[in-house]
Design a protein around this ligand. Structure first.
Ligand SMILES: [Zn+2]
Length: 288
């Protein structure tokens, strides 16, 4: 259905598009925000460079990692070392605040609107910025939750306390053995509640959020809606991007806005209903 893609804009066109987005935001009855990794990148959650070196210099020296992702995928020999790495990773990407206030700026723009957020981000930035928890659907998990690695049950566990212990007590890139987290039901090692394969646990909270999102869409059907897509790439386009295109096509009163540094585009079928802004998301939101 969506064959041709258009919309790589230049600086001047961006200015016009930002004006259109401002007007659309003001006039919209409903705003559905879809957020991907690019939004957190814009907020300063970068996984290489200075931020990586500041927290992982020892791992970089031992294994030659150049960014946080490589270290996260590495098959460590021991769980002590694995958790030394992951506790730092979770702490700085989940419990520390984002360096820039992009999420706060976004909230300012939609606070008084009837909005809902669907996101593939697992860094908790929406909640930290003060978005209404009942208007959020985290589809891919949360760095702040553990689950059984088997998994033997559909439960998740807050990890803030244990992560902080691991962080404080690690030495020479190892945590003390007694801090390795195990499932309280079956005793198997715990893992992060992140969707990587079919072992991802969808707990009660996940199902409730999924239901709220579906209800929100159903009860606002046909209204003047802005589908605001922020930093969504093509890793999992079936979660946000493609449904946003389809819902826009179905509702002639709706607008699809795509803010994406380098990949702001839309299919020709919805061109007349689309706003594409190819710049840093934080900067674009500031200009609205
Ligand atoms: Zn278990």
């Amino acid at each position: 259905m969506f064959s041709k893609i258009t919309g790589r804009f230049t600086e001047d066109k961006d200015t016009k598009e930002i004006k259109r987005l401002r007007e659309t935001l003001e006039e919209a009855d409903v705003i559905v925000i879809g957020a991907g990794a690019g939004l957190s990148t814009s907020a300063g959650f970068t996984y290489a460079g200075e931020r990586f070196r500041a927290h992982f210099a020892d791992f970089a020296a031992k294994y030659g990692f150049a960014d946080m992702y490589s270290g996260g995928f590495f098959p460590y020999d021991t769980l002590e070392e694995y958790w030394a790495y992951w506790s730092r990773y979770i702490y700085i990407n989940r419990y520390m605040d984002a360096p820039k206030s992009v999420y706060e700026k976004l909230l300012e723009l939609v606070r008084d609107k009837d909005y809902f957020v669907i996101t593939t981000n697992v860094d908790h930035c929406f909640q930290k910025a003060g978005f209404d928890k009942k208007r959020l659907f985290y589809t891919q998990g949360d760095y702040g939750l553990f689950q059984c690695s088997e998994p033997c049950c559909q439960e998740t566990y807050d990890n803030e306390e244990i992560i902080s212990e691991m962080l404080q007590q690690q030495k020479d890139m190892r945590i003390p053995t007694e801090l390795i987290p195990h499932c309280p039901h079956c005793g198997k090692p715990m893992t992060m509640n992140l969707r990587a394969d079919d072992t991802f646990v969808q707990d009660e909270g996940w199902h409730r959020a999924a239901e709220r999102y579906e209800n929100f869409l159903r009860t606002r059907d046909g209204l003047k809606t802005l589908y605001l897509e922020l930093g969504v790439g093509y890793n999992t386009p079936g979660i946000i991007k493609y449904p946003f295109w389809q819902m826009t096509l179905k509702n002639y009163r709706s607008t699809y806005a795509c803010l994406n540094y380098g990949q702001a585009e839309c299919p020709n079928e919805i061109r007349s209903q689309a706003i594409c802004i190819n710049s840093d998301i934080g900067e674009a939101l500031e200009r609205i």
